[in-house]
Design a binder for this molecule. Structure first.
Ligand SMILES: CSC[C@H]1O[C@@H](n2cnc3c(O)ncnc32)[C@H](O)[C@@H]1O
Ligand SMILES: [Zn+2]
Length: 441
């Protein structure tokens, strides 16, 4: 090939590429060409002339994979990590978390907590996150600064909080934020009605109408515990997933977070409507909320993405940990070690999560035309040697600390484990300050 006919902004030449599509194998002796923020091509090394005048990033001990997509979390709750542990969901929320949020949540809390979360997520390989939290406009400006990609699911409750006065106020703030962010190409705004037990039927119906009219996502905690399902049946005669379907709220742009305590009919509802499921295994296990039957959902054709939930219930935002847990939990639940193999778990953390957020045309795999959202994982340390299969190391042996580089839309956000867009010392100092403030009350 004539060197002058080949163009790219830079080339990444790793030991292995795990593209996620079209095939399922790891590629060796290949390179990724990045141009104008996108993946231009994935080429065998022999197709690249030696004398190209293009920056080449050579990473012979690394696997490069799509940046991980954390499909559910509450980023600023990183400031409440370890604040209330070892409790079931409702006492955890009602007796500890909500009172702490009432006392402390402000623009500053969200700014400092989200910066801490972004640093943690980037250092463990996440390049896109879905955030459901107060003051999403603050998170939007932090995304612009850090370069991370995000879905911001704006809170909708029936009752007042620091960010809104009541249902209509939350909805109009969500719509205003959508307008304000329309030119920010790494951000999308979705509605985040907290749950069927905190948002009324008329409000959920209003959200369904706006979401359909404006093609916006809806991100909702649903079937998190058996208690939630039981109380709904006692109060309304219906299971929450049935109620959502009747309200017109179940469909491909609805992201159902948790989905434990589900049976055949619930799975059929999800499959028939094309609704998305977001699986948060560590949060579900720590709060003993229940199990999401991922294997049955996948068998029924339901798309499943993976998320950490907030650091107050997990207690980390590390998608490598989450993949490991998702794999082991699925095997144990099915009493079958062949279920949820490594590739399927990585799919939930990349393309499956991207699809859940409606972003699978943009991100989630290393394919020409997609955004260059990539991470490089160093597989040379003792804990990841010897190496028979890079995919196996990534899901079963890595801890997240092996991620050395990350890019979003071709912009480097981390190089050699140094964060390039976040002031880590300042972020850590602020987190310490909040710990003093929160524990002094
Ligand atoms: C709509 S703002 C987010 C709201 O959700 C609370 N929250 C955090 N984790 C969970 C969970 O697992 N289930 C239900 N609600 C949760 C958070 O504290 C905020 O108030
Ligand atoms: Zn949550």
């Amino acid at each position: 090939m004539n060197p002058s006919s080949l163009t790219a902004d830079f080339i990444i030449q790793p030991g292995w590429i795990i593209p996620m599509e079209p095939g399922d194998e790891a590629l060796e002796d290949h390179a990724i060409l990045v141009e104008s923020r996108k993946i231009k091509s994935v080429l065998p090394l022999e197709a690249l002339p030696d004398n190209l005048d293009i920056e080449r990033i050579e990473l012979p001990n690394h696997a490069v994979l799509p940046g991980l997509v954390n499909a559910h979390g509450h980023a600023a709750m990183s400031l409440l990590r370890g604040f209330a542990d070892d409790l079931p969901l409702m006492p955890w929320l009602e007796d500890h978390i909500w009172p702490a949020e009432t006392a402390h949540v402000s623009e500053e809390f969200v700014r400092d907590g989200t910066s801490l979360a972004m640093a943690e997520m980037l250092l463990s390989g996440t390049t896109t996150f879905s955030d459901m939290y107060f003051f999403p406009e603050v998170v939007a400006s932090l995304c612009a600064k850090s370069g991370m990609r995000a879905q911001l699911a704006t809170p909708v409750f029936e009752f007042p909080t620091a960010w809104g006065e009541g249902a209509d106020d939350y909805i109009s703030k969500s719509l205003a934020l959508r307008d304000d962010c329309k030119n920010m190409d790494r951000l999308q705004i979705a509605f985040g009605p907290h749950s069927p037990y905190t948002v009324s039927v008329p409000t959920l119906e209003k959200v369904a109408l706006y979401a359909a009219e404006l093609d916006m996502g809806v991100h909702i905690h649903l079937h998190e515990t058996a208690g939630e399902v039981l109380s709904a049946v006692e109060a309304t005669g219906e299971r929450p997933v049935d109620s959502l379907r009747r309200m017109g709220l179940l469909g491909p742009r609805t992201q159902c977070v948790h989905m434990t305590s589900i049976g055949k009919q619930d799975i059929a509802n999800l499959a028939e409507t094309g609704a998305q499921v977001i699986h948060c295994p560590q949060s579900n296990m720590k709060l003993a909320s229940g199990t999401c039957p991922v294997n049955d959902l996948k068998a029924a054709g339901v798309n499943v993405g993976l998320g950490t939930d907030g650091a107050a219930s997990n207690n980390d935002l590390n998608m490598f940990n989450e993949m490991h847990t998702a794999a082991l939990l699925a095997k144990l639940t099915a009493s079958d070690p062949t279920v949820m193999p490594a590739l399927q778990v990585l799919h939930m953390a990349t393309l499956g999560a991207a699809k859940a957020l409606g972003l699978d045309q943009e991100i989630g795999s290393i394919a020409p035309g997609k955004q260059a959202d990539l991470i490089a994982v160093d597989l040379s340390a003792p804990a990841t040697q010897p190496l028979y299969n890079p995919l196996s190391q990534i899901v079963y042996a890595c801890t997240g600390g092996e991620v050395t580089h990350s890019w979003v839309a071709g912009d480097a956000l981390m190089r050699d484990r140094k964060l390039l867009t976040i002031d880590l010392d300042d972020t850590l100092a602020r987190a310490k300050h909040w710990k003093q403030k929160i524990s002094s009350l």
